[in-house]
Design a protein around this ligand. Structure first.
Ligand code: GSH
Length: 176
């Protein structure tokens, strides 16, 4: 993840502190505001507002420090280098509950698909993408397959969100 910064910039500092504390490695790109690096066409392509901080995550450009830290933050949940053991235990407990809820049931909240399935599908899909083993929870596994098929917009939104998350995760864990 390329991070365009200028020393002395408070919003850059915000992003760097969050990244450091959650273990996200940034590829630091010194951008001189004095020399006008931020006004060059290559920079304006990433951020027409010509401000630092600006992030380039494999061609996905993001500026505005608060947006950037929100983007980085989900990586924390998974721990920087591996699944955080405490969080992993919580996740396993949640899956055990979900597996029990789904016993003899097609959908999370009863006999038909509801918005509850949408809400849970995004988290289960994200965990699946970064390698959380769902097979230990057969009801969840079966529901996941069913829900992915039933929610028509899943694929398109998966590409936009889950794949982006997976990229951040792979970056943070050094898988890329
Ligand atoms: N609200 C923005 C502020 C960004 C900002 O104003 N950055 C200054 C440096 S601290 C900058 O790049 N100025 C150069 C310019 O606007 O051309 C954020 O939080 O990212």
């Amino acid at each position: 993840m390329d991070f365009y910064y200028w020393p002395g910039s408070a919003p850059c500092m915000t992003v760097q502190m969050v990244a450091q504390d959650i273990g996200v490695k940034l590829n630091m790109k010194f951008t001189s505001l004095r020399a006008g690096d931020h006004l060059k066409p290559e920079f304006l392509k990433m951020n027409p507002q010509h401000t630092v901080p600006t992030l380039n995550d494999n061609g996905f450009f993001l500026s505005e420090s608060h947006a950037v830290i929100e983007y980085l933050y989900p990586v924390m949940f998974w721990g920087a280098k591996q699944f955080d053991p405490v969080k992993l235990k919580e996740l396993e407990t949640a899956y055990e509950f979900l597996n029990t809820f789904l016993e003899g049931q097609q959908w999370v909240a009863g006999t038909s698909m509801t918005i509850a399935d949408y809400a849970i599908l995004t988290s289960v899909g994200t965990a699946d993408a970064v390698g959380f083993n769902i097979k230990k929870y057969p009801n969840v596994d079966a529901w996941f397959k069913r829900a992915k098929t039933a929610v028509k917009s899943y694929e398109e939104n998966y590409r936009q969100h889950v794949m982006v998350f997976k990229n951040q995760y792979d970056d943070a864990t050094g898988k890329k």
